[in-house]
Design a protein around this ligand. Structure first.
Ligand SMILES: Nc1nc2c(c(=O)[nH]1)N[C@H]1C(S)=C(S)[C@@H](COP(=O)(O)OP(=O)(O)OC[C@H]3O[C@@H](n4cnc5c(=O)[nH]c(N)nc54)[C@H](O)[C@@H]3O)O[C@H]1N2
Ligand SMILES: Nc1nc2c(c(=O)[nH]1)N[C@H]1C(S)=C(S)[C@@H](COP(=O)(O)OP(=O)(O)OC[C@H]3O[C@@H](n4cnc5c(=O)[nH]c(N)nc54)[C@H](O)[C@@H]3O)O[C@H]1N2
Ligand code: SF4
Ligand SMILES: [Mo]
Length: 695
């Protein structure tokens, strides 16, 4: 019998790329192939577990439809070219664009996956846009969690986070971690077993709502009113922290006056939540300490009151004395990295900032990007100036941005479009140049913003263990392009590892440590509490700003005020007679990441189709039965989708997940419909109608 030659299996520690939880993984490599993936038992976030997405990493990395080499469009068809040719073409076209239209004629769009590369790739791309001179950089922040950050910073000066692990009482507000951050749902379930008390505020009965002691089900887009109702009870009944409030807040009297208008009975009329539930929640939240509110990553942001709702949620925690205490609303330390930005080289401000100035910068927090939701109009009209070239990195605007039809029309007008991705998505189908991106096992990068609910001060590196076709990491692409453009002076690094080593210098952690000595990760700081006692809050007044002079000066409401959604039975009653139902979109599905992962059979089998969730009473009203194909229409367009009847959703509301090519809910959504302060689209509250599809 021939003896088998066995090579030892190597186990590499890395970080899952599929959601903000950043779970640790052990990937087994044998004969140059990744053969198995498991959760890393000693990892502080997932403690050995993986959700179905993470467990599918090997299928993802080896999926047969991955891009393997650069391509160029010739006579409408994509043809293989070399990296050298691709970089030459891009460099030439970018130089021509700059000559003809100035640096602003180039826009760069970055997706959610790139955020999961950690801070390094992001700031590296920004260095490129700075040196080129274009301010027109847009990320998914234009649609995602930015209102929450802006609201927290406007109120407390910090990007606070909820410390659910140490809290005795937790409110989950517009958040279903079982789908969107499974590892957070595991830790909340563990806390419940230890006696933590839980309330859930969600339009649907989520798995944790079923376990919570109270579940409030507001009409979509009315959470700001609900928060004001809670403040009404807490202030009216004197349940606030009498030491903290006078010492550390400004505008308390004005807030007390303001919330008098939001009695529980009045709030019931707006939100559909019974008044006794509002009183009960306010009372418990104010009395059980420490307590915190874990706000979903975007559900409340994607409404007309995004920033103001986040402000009210910050205030609830501040006035009850839960700010910056263990188990409360805390400030996670951040990894200190070199700043790669060269802001002086950027020409002017990005698009959208004249309309949404705080989106660019809120106090000392420089977000520094444009509001991408105005970009399609600019592409279509050349106003205020032409943007003719675009590089799209790790995002698929034709599926994930609102009003897909208009976005497609706008992108087709570009003179030159480059897409770098792992797959040929709809946006890549329009591109002049398509580049193959490396997966997380084919690149080195840093992961530092660990999403335990409170943001763990932990850093871990991903290691390059495979090479797939001619794929290159995003950072390698931008580095090669910078060199091709003649920017060596600003990009002196030889490769990714050199960039990362440089970036890490101020952190006290080295790349060698993360790759070789402590590949499972390093705690880089310890948590600190009540930091405001030394230096005050980083707001203009140095205190928690219940009343915001900054907002008042810009013409916004200085205190959180409920604004009806841009379309609702209350704000647009005539429209509601034609479109009588409320549509909320984008509740996460555990198996998929936005538009991704549906190509993996092991994930697809259990969730093969897009479905719209509708309450049985509402379905009966429209003659719809379980499994029927229905046409759902808004003013923007219509899609056909299967109906799933569920008592878990509020009657009169339809919930459709995003990311499905064959039933793209973004044919129904609108670009500039949402929050007047941040410009985030109102994905979570629109008007729609439902009928059984013909044929
Ligand atoms: N599996 C998976 N995980 C993901 C993602 C993914 O695509 N797939 N995407 C990642 C990204 S980028 C993000 S931003 C996060 C999003 O994360 P979250 O915003 O936390 O999204 P969900 O966990 O789906 O929770 C949203 C909940 O809000 C409820 N809801 C909808 N409208 C309203 C409303 O008006 N008021 C209230 N109170 N509730 C409402 C929905 O029913 C849903 O249960 O998820 C991240 N994680
Ligand atoms: N209606 C509705 N629409 C929504 C939302 C909603 O709730 N409702 N949510 C919005 C939110 S919060 C977000 S964050 C956006 C997300 O929007 P996108 O970021 O556009 O979402 P994805 O579908 O994940 O697209 C990412 C693309 O990046 C590619 N990719 C993955 N990893 C890498 C990588 O390492 N490098 C490169 N170059 N490419 C990579 C994937 O193959 C995919 O084609 O969607 C938004 N759209
Ligand atoms: S919870 Fe998120 S990070 Fe963890 S395995 Fe699942 S997708 Fe990956
Ligand atoms: Mo997001």
């Amino acid at each position: 019998m021939a003896s088998e030659v066995k090579t030892a299996e190597q186990v590499v520690k890395t970080v899952c790329p599929f959601c903000v939880a950043n779970c640790g993984m052990n990937v087994h490599i044998k004969d140059g192939r990744a053969v198995k993936v498991e959760g890393m038992p000693e990892h502080p976030i997932n403690k050995g577990r993986l959700c179905p997405k993470g467990a599918s990493l090997i299928d993802y990395v080896y999926s047969p439809d991955r891009l393997a080499y650069p391509m160029k469009r010739r006579n409408g068809k994509l043809e293989r070219i070399t990296w050298e040719e691709a970089l030459d073409i891009i460099a030439t076209r970018l130089s021509e664009t700059k000559e003809r239209y100035g640096p602003k004629g180039l826009a760069v769009c970055q997706g959610m996956s790139l955020l999961m590369h950690g801070a390094a790739t992001y700031s590296f791309i920004r260095r490129f846009t700075d040196v080129y001179g274009t301010p027109n950089f847009f990320s998914v922040d234009s649609m995602c969690f930015r209102p929450r950050l802006m609201g927290y910073v406007l109120t407390t000066g910090i990007r606070a986070a909820a410390d659910t692990e140490n809290a005795r009482y937790v409110i989950l507000w517009g958040h279903n971690p079982n789908a969107s951050t499974p590892s957070a749902s595991w830790s909340i379930a563990a806390s419940l077993r230890k006696g933590t008390r839980l309330a859930v505020i969600d339009t649907r009965k989520t798995p944790l709502a079923a376990k919570a002691e109270t579940h409030l089900q507001p009409r979509p887009g009315t959470d700001c009113a609900l928060a004001l109702g809670l403040l009404h009870v807490i202030i009216g009944e004197g349940l606030y922290d009498e030491d903290f409030v006078p010492k550390w807040t400004v505008g308390f009297d004005r807030l007390a006056e303001h919330v008098k208008r939001y009695s529980p009975e009045k709030v019931t009329k707006i939100t559909c939540v019974p008044a006794d539930k509002i009183r009960g929640l306010a009372w418990t939240f104010a009395n059980v300490k420490p307590a915190c509110i874990l706000q979903g990553t975007n559900a409340l942001d994607q409404t007309t009151s995004g920033v103001q709702t986040a402000r009210a949620i910050a205030m609830l925690q501040a006035i009850t004395g839960n700010l910056d205490v263990p188990g409360g609303f805390i400030t996670p330390p951040r990894l200190r990295l070199h700043n790669l930005r060269l802001l002086d080289m950027m020409e002017g401000k990005p698009l959208g900032i004249d309309r949404y100035p705080l989106f660019y910068e809120t106090y000392a927090t420089l977000f520094g990007e444009g509001q991408g939701m105005v970009l399609p109009d600019t592409l279509l009209t050349d106003k205020p100036y032409p943007i003719k070239a675009m590089i799209v990195d790790g995002t698929n605007p034709l599926r994930t941005w609102p009003d897909s039809r208009k976005v497609g029309e706008a992108f087709r007008k570009l003179d030159f479009l480059v897409v770098i991705d792992l797959f040929l998505n709809e946006t890549a189908e329009l591109a002049d140049i398509v580049l193959p991106a490396a997966s997380c096992l084919e690149r080195v990068d840093l992961c530092s913003d660990f999403y335990s609910s409170a943001g763990l001060p932990y850093v871990m590196a991903r290691k390059k263990v495979l090479q797939s076709g001619e794929c290159r990491s995003d950072m390698e692409f931008w580095l090669a392009l910078a060199k091709k453009m003649g920017y060596e002076n600003y990009f002196p690094w030889e490769n990714e590892a050199a960039v990362l080593s440089y970036l890490l210098e101020p952190s006290g952690v080295t790349l060698k440590q993360l790759c070789e000595e402590q590949p499972g990760g390093v705690f880089y700081a310890s948590m600190k509490y009540r930091q405001y006692e030394q230096r005050g809050f980083r707001t203009p007044s140095g205190k928690v700003e219940l009343y915001s002079e900054t907002l008042a000066n810009l013409g916004y409401d200085p205190m959180p005020t409920h604004r009806e959604p841009f379309e609702s039975p209350v704000s647009t009653p005539e429209l509601a007679s034609d479109y009588p139902l409320i549509l909320t979109s984008g509740a996460r599905m555990e198996r998929y990441l936005h538009g991704q992962l549906r190509n993996l059979p092991r994930l697809r089998r259990a969730a093969p189709k897009a479905v719209a969730e509708i309450h049985p009473d509402t379905a009966t009203q429209y003659g719809v039965r379980e499994g029927d194909t229905v046409t759902i229409a808004t003013r923007r367009g219509s899609i056909d989708i299967e109906a799933r009847l569920s008592k878990d959703i509020l009657p009169g509301v339809v919930s459709i997940p995003h990311g499905w090519a064959e039933a793209n809910v973004n044919q129904l959504t609108e670009l500039t419909s949402g929050d007047p302060i941040s410009g985030i689209p109102a994905f979570k509250s629109m008007l729609c109608k439902v009928q059984k599809a013909s044929g």
